[in-house]
Structure formats: structure tokens, C-alpha cells
Design a protein around this ligand. Structure first.
Ligand SMILES: [Zn+2]
Length: 273
């Protein structure tokens, strides 16, 4: 894990051809059906995961460094991230309010955060969150990834939940907070936030439940997609309607998919010095 702790930039099995087409496309707008409201409109080109979530992953020259595990592809830089025309201006505006709130939550004034140590590890308790806004933002990321045609998000398919969550977003309705909750983890390496890691979203199974794992910044967001209620000890960890949320702190060396990916890259000689 030495390479992870030296601040090297690591990223991932990303779909590089997508980035090439992204760079070569124009900014012309055209009429198509909005993925959320289904109305014809001039769709905006926007990020599935908002740019601010990638912010910590830019280097000093403001480049987003992407490494591929594909031996044929050299390491590449990309400044724009992945964008797609999905939403009409009205829906874009609707979602952007929750984005702005969440950006301020993590990168602005924020809310009180209390570190709490337990025998099983440390977590951060965030309190005073606007539960509705943050919950709708969390759902909007998952929903956008599910409707996206970009192959970076190919593993995310909500099936029947896609429409249900889309309807909630349209109605600005956070719904039942136990439905598709999102568990938050902070990745650290040598005691510091590991903010240079990005990984393709993946479908994972956990205790007979399906989940989707997103990694950005120094965080892992793990959505549980199931009709079953989570056990009480887990329910304490995701966002409550009252606005408290816990972030579990994980050492990168203890997170198996991070460790395995680093080993893969190292063996392929793709980790930068
Ligand atoms: Zn719309």
C-alpha cells in the first residue's frame, strides 16, 4: 500500500473512448426528451456526478488524472469529466439546487461534525443537515447514473426503482429515508483523506442485498437498493429526516477493492512515481 500513501494519483478502468468523444463534441443544443420530465426541450450537457465531487481529484495543474488498467491505453488527463445531455433547463435547475446545497455541505460552511471513536472504529457525526435536500441530491446521483448512456455508468441499472426515484425527484419528494439509503465512508491513507481515487461505479452484493458503490473525492457512497429494511444498527448510519448522518472512516489498506486495484495497477507498471 506504499503507493497509495504517497499521494500518487490513482484512477481506473474508465472508458477512455467516452472521454475522446466528449472532447470532440460541440456545445450545440438540440431538442430531445428530458430524461426526468419527458418534455421536449433543449437538453443541457451536464455531469452525472457534479464537477465539485471530482474537485479534490484535480492535480496542481487542474487536470483530472485517469489511469487505465487496460495495458494498451496510456495514462491520460481529462479536465472535463464525463458529461451527457439528459435534462431540460427546468429539471437541470431543480437538481442544481440540491447540488449547490451539497457542495456547501462538504466544501463550504458545512455543518457541525463530531468525530466519535468506538471499539469498531471511528466515524464522523454530521448534524444539522437539511435532510430533504441532501437526500434528494443522493438520489439524483444514483438516478442519473441509472439513466445515463455513458459506459462509465454501465453497471448502474435501477430497474423498476428508476421511475420511482425519478418521480420523487420531479416532485422534490425525499420519500421514505429507509428506501434506497446511502451509506457514506471516508477513505484515508496514512491518516489523511485519500482524495485522488476514482473508480467505476459497481454493483455489489451485501448480505443478500444489492447495492451500488460510487467512489469520488475521498468518499465512498454505497446505496442499498432493496425492498427489505436494513437492520437497526445499520439504519443509524445513513441520513435521517432530522438531518444527522454518520460517515465511517476506513483506511484504504483495509478496503479490499482499493487494495486489489492498486496491486493490479502496480503489477502493470501504471502507477506514477
Ligand atoms: Zn425536464
Amino acid at each position: 500500500m506504499d503507493n497509495l500513501s504517497t499521494g500518487t494519483f490513482i484512477a481506473v478502468s474508465i472508458i477512455l473512448t467516452e472521454m475522446k468523444s466528449e472532447e470532440s463534441s460541440t456545445n450545440l443544443t438540440y431538442k430531445a426528451r428530458c430524461a426526468l420530465c419527458n418534455q421536449l426541450g433543449e437538453l443541457r450537457k451536464s455531469h452525472i456526478i457534479p464537477e465539485f465531487m471530482f474537485k479534490p481529484m484535480y492535480d496542481q495543474k487542474h487536470r483530472f488524472i485517469v489511469l487505465s488498467t487496460d495495458k494498451k491505453e496510456p495514462n491520460k488527463f481529462n479536465q472535463k469529466g464525463l458529461r451527457e445531455r439528459l435534462l431540460c433547463p427546468d429539471c437541470e435547475t431543480r437538481l442544481s439546487k440540491w447540488e449547490t446545497y451539497t457542495r456547501d455541505l462538504f466544501y463550504g460552511a458545512g455543518v457541525p461534525v463530531t468525530p466519535i471513536d468506538t471499539p469498531s472504529g471511528r466515524f464522523l457525526l454530521m448534524e444539522g443537515i437539511d435532510g430533504t435536500k441532501f437526500r434528494l441530491f443522493q438520489l439524483s446521483i444514483l438516478w442519473r447514473a441509472s439513466v445515463s448512456k455513458l459506459s462509465f455508468y454501465k453497471n448502474v441499472d435501477l430497474g423498476p426503482f428508476e421511475k420511482q426515484i425519478g418521480d420523487q425527484l420531479l416532485a422534490s419528494d425525499p420519500g421514505d429515508f429507509d428506501f434506497v439509503p446511502c451509506l457514506l465512508f471516508a477513505l484515508i491513507a496514512d491518516g489523511k483523506p485519500m482524495d485522488n481515487f476514482i473508480h467505476i461505479p459497481e454493483k455489489v452484493r451485501w448480505s443478500e442485498m444489492i447495492g451500488y458503490r460510487f467512489v469520488f473525492g475521498s468518499q465512498i457512497w454505497y446505496y442499498v437498493v432493496s425492498k427489505r429494511k436494513l437492520p437497526p444498527y445499520v439504519r443509524e448510519f445513513y441520513l435521517s429526516p432530522e438531518g444527522s448522518c454518520r460517515i465511517l472512516i476506513k483506511d484504504a489498506a483495509d478496503v479490499s477493492f482499493v487494495r486489489e486495484f492498486a496491486i493490479d495497477l502496480k503489477e502493470m507498471g501504471k502507477l506514477p512515481d
